[in-house]
Design a protein around this ligand. Structure first.
Ligand SMILES: Cc1ncc(COP(=O)(O)O)c(C=O)c1O
Length: 480
């Protein structure tokens, strides 16, 4: 008899993937500007650290929000004792209000429909449990976030069925792609009970336009299947077009609200993944009540609820934060994609998220996923960058990589770009590399990119650059 149960050893945890292997490579040899300048740079973690200073400043200026401060300790006992599993009312109100603001105040959310979960990870599992039986499937457009394979499938027995999207139309989801995936699943006797979409998309960094979203709602409604919308990146949009939530579109097309559910968390929009604040928001009363029961396995601690409620209730702060965050993300995205473009590396045009979808198809030995894996191994082992290969996102086309850019400072990003430049230069042959070098020297660029990144200078820079601050190491210890 084995130690573990069948479900524990089923392999449905989805963690046997390059996406998670890359993190292991980073964990064993993490980059540090001073202590390990040749280590692996973590570009596989979608973490939003760009406005962390604002949250820290708010916490320092508002000691009453913490029950572990002299100013806030009066609340300690109240918060530390058992609380209602529905969550503190003040917390649910503040989260509902935040969700409204992130959606431009164009929709309202009812605090009584907010169900807490351990991050969006927990929200997905709760929804899968509440909506589908083992063996039933969600359609999911590809490429999609690799964590779904674990979060929705492992303990629930639910299946994910891909809706392939590709670069021929910039990976846009179309009604015909949905229809043919649905028909194919039916042919294979798979019971499709839901459609899971992620808007804005991880890994694409794009938003769904209003018409596409309407088509999606109509599709789910026609087929009488559930529509789960993961809107975890709603506030990471940094340029037009704006984010449109399913909550808005529901009011514009005919649909059965009982079929629509939103998964959300503060991990990306507020940059607080460690707090594990997730939300199931369902328009079905039955789902809300069932989800609430399920959520007792992974509630958000009342201490966290208390602090988060205080932060989010400061409306002026929230307004400043949302503006600043989107501006900083936009600047970082622009610098990074321009840096890549200077080495003629293309990216899918995106306007949201904490990553770019990088096109390395021309560097593949051949157009296969084996060749993509080979290239990825070289990028991890020799270039020492943990980027995530498209195959791990179930991309239907080899050669795409997701590269995260918001979990590090500018100097680390410059080092990463230098490494990419060196690598691409070597791959393309000495001549082209020299041309790229000369071209780059001529161009003016921002301070972070002004650092001398010539091939010979790179090593010196990595070991001795005065530009590095002790703060410049990416904080990348998360393991999910
Ligand atoms: C699309 C998507 N959904 C869900 C999650 C899980 O988020 P959380 O940390 O809130 O559990 C992630 C995390 O990267 C994600 O990218």
């Amino acid at each position: 008899m084995g130690v573990l149960s069948k479900i524990a050893t089923s392999g449905r945890h989805g963690e046997n993937s390059a996406y998670f292997d890359g993190w292991k490579a980073y964990d064993t040899d993490p980059f540090h500007p001073k202590h390990n300048p040749r280590g692996v740079i973590q570009m596989g973690l979608a973490e939003n650290q760009l406005c962390f200073d604002m949250i820290e400043e708010w916490v320092v200026n508002n000691p009453r929000a913490s029950i572990c401060s002299e100013e806030g300790v009066d609340e300690f006992k109240n918060i530390a004792l058992y609380q209602d599993y529905h969550g503190l009312l003040q917390f649910r109100k503040a989260v509902a209000r935040f969700m409204e603001r992130v959606r431009g105040d164009r929709v309202r959310f009812d605090p009584d429909r907010i169900v807490m979960s351990g991050g969006a990870t927990g929200a997905h599992e709760i929804l899968a449990f509440c909506l589908l039986d083992p063996g039933e499937a969600f359609l999911v457009p590809t490429p999609y976030y690799p964590g779904y394979d674990r979060d929705l499938r492992w303990r629930t027995g639910v299946e994910l069925y891909p809706v392939p999207c590709d670069s021929s139309n910039d990976f846009k989801l179309t009604s015909s792609a949905l229809e043919s995936a649905y028909a194919k699943a039916m042919d294979e006797s798979i019971r499709v009970k839901g459609l899971l979409i992620n808007n804005p998309s991880n890994p694409l960094g794009t938003v769904l336009d209003r018409d596409t979203l309407k088509d999606i709602v109509r599709f789910a409604n026609d087929k009488k299947i559930h529509l789960v919308c993961d809107e975890i990146y709603a506030a990471t949009v940094f340029s037009a077009p704006e984010f449109v939530s399913v909550a808005e579109v529901m009011e514009e097309v005919e649909c059965d609200p009982d079929l629509v559910h939103i998964a959300y968390s503060l991990s990306k929009d507020l940059g607080l993944p460690g707090f594990r604040v997730g939300v199931v928001y369902s328009y079905s009363a039955a789902v809300v009540s069932c989800a609430r029961r399920m959520s007792s396995f992974a509630l958000v601690s009342t201490q966290t609820q208390h602090l988060v409620a205080s932060v989010l209730s400061d409306e002026a702060f929230v307004g400043r934060f949302l503006r600043e965050s989107s501006e900083r993300l936009g600047t970082r995205h622009r610098d990074f994609t321009r840096g890549l473009a200077r080495f003629e590396i293309g990216t899918l045009h995106g306007n949201a998220g904490l990553f770019v979808w990088m096109d390395l198809r021309r560097l593949l030995r051949e157009a296969t996923f084996e060749a993509e894996s080979e290239l990825w191994r070289v990028i991890i082992d020799e270039v020492k960058l943990n980027v995530s290969p498209g195959g791990s996102f179930h991309c239907s086309e080899p050669g795409w990589f997701r590269v995260c850019f918001a979990n590090m400072d500018e100097e680390t990003m410059a080092v990463a770009l230098a490494r990419i430049w060196k690598f691409v230069g070597q791959r393309q042959g000495g001549e082209e590399a020299e041309a790229a070098k000369t071209k780059t020297k001529k161009k003016k660029c921002r301070r972070s990119l002004e650092i001398n990144l010539s091939f010979r200078g790179l090593d010196d820079y990595l070991t001795s650059s005065p530009h590095h601050s002790p703060m410049s190491s990416p904080m990348v210890h998360a393991t999910t």
